[in-house]
Ligand binder design. Structure first.
Ligand SMILES: NC(=O)c1ccc[n+]([C@@H]2O[C@H](COP(=O)([O-])OP(=O)(O)OC[C@H]3O[C@@H](n4cnc5c(N)ncnc54)[C@H](O)[C@@H]3O)[C@@H](O)[C@H]2O)c1
Length: 280
């Protein structure tokens, strides 16, 4: 039996953005570990289809169409989770969106949506679940999905870089706060690199037709085809690392290991940032 199955069997997980991509991978893998699930997503039809499939296969699943950018809706999600299962052991803040374009040119509503979902959605998840998990007083886990984009800022996707950097700060603050409260809750940050999902297509639909952004989006999608892993394999690696008690969770550590030393040196040297293609 895997370490994750030993740790998480019979426990309850809440997963946001659960009906597609990385979140769907988490949901399917959590079921294979013997977990009970609370699934949330704005895409109601897709969410209920997945929940129906998992339930038919014998899993215990509570699915609720939820816009995580809405604090009241996220609070209702927590009420439902506790009413159905009496407790939550693992909260996975995962729902996120991308917005592409020149930072000054991305429409105000796209900027706003990225901030409200990628940061606001995680804060809403913490506001709704952490007080209940603290009161529960049992061993718990909070996993917040950032990105390697939270370590390496990128042109043409500033809202994404800003929010994924913000997730690192939010998660580290939370980790220290759990320590200060002496809470038995492990906090972790997940740094996916390239995982097969719809995020690049959705980013395209949501943001204009700027040729530079189109080309960059295409490059990211091509990269996903070559170095990307499936959401299922990503989930398997993430749950193992969660079960091992890690704070930094990297299913694909190569890009972090390669990129972080030169980036750290650049800052220590007070050198001007350069893109990889500008390096001699
Ligand atoms: N796919 C990658 O390569 C990659 C890399 C780094 C980080 N990530 C991060 O992983 C997370 C999941 O991304 P993904 O690639 O699976 O994307 P995806 O677009 O395939 O799935 C995201 C899911 O979140 C849902 N969602 C969007 N807005 C929501 C809202 N307001 N409330 C509730 N649900 C909402 C969508 O309906 C969708 O089901 C994101 O936080 C993303 O930034 C992904």
């Amino acid at each position: 039996m895997s370490t994750a199955a030993k740790v998480f069997r019979g426990k309850t997980a809440v997963i946001t953005g659960a009906s597609a991509g990385i979140g769907e991978g988490f949901a399917r893998h959590a079921v294979s570990l013997g977990m009970r699930l609370v699934l949330a997503d704005v895409a109601a039809d897709r969410l209920h289809a997945l929940a129906g499939e998992l339930t038919a296969a014998g899993a215990e699943v509570e699915a609720r169409a939820t816009d995580v950018a809405d604090p009241a809706a996220t609070e209702e999600l927590a009420e439902r989770a506790y009413a159905r299962f009496g407790g939550v052991d693992l909260l996975m803040n995962n729902a996120g969106i991308m917005a592409m374009g020149w930072s000054w040119d991305i429409p105000a509503e796209r900027w706003d949506a990225a901030l409200r979902v990628n940061i606001g959605g995680y804060v809403n998840g913490l506001r709704a679940f952490v007080p209940r998990m603290l009161e529960q007083g049992t061993r718990g886990w909070i996993a917040q999905v950032s990105s390697i984009g939270g370590l390496f800022p990128s042109p043409l996707m500033a809202p994404y870089s800003v929010t994924k950097f913000g997730t690192l700060a939010l998660t580290e603050s939370l980790h220290h706060e759990m320590g200060m409260r002496g809470a038995p809750i492990q906090v972790s940050v997940v740094l996916p690199d390239s995982v097969h999902s719809d995020i690049f297509t959705s980013a395209r639909e949501g943001g204009g037709t700027l040729p530079e952004a189109e080309a960059f989006n295409e490059a990211l999608r091509k990269r996903a085809e070559t170095v990307g892993i499936t959401a299922g394999e990503h989930a398997r690696r993430v749950f193992e690392q969660l079960a091992e008690g890690r704070y930094w969770i990297t299913a694909q550590p190569e890009a972090v290991d390669e990129g972080l030393p030169p980036r750290t040196r650049m800052i220590l040297d007070r050198a001007t940032p350069r893109l990889p293609e500008q390096e001699g």
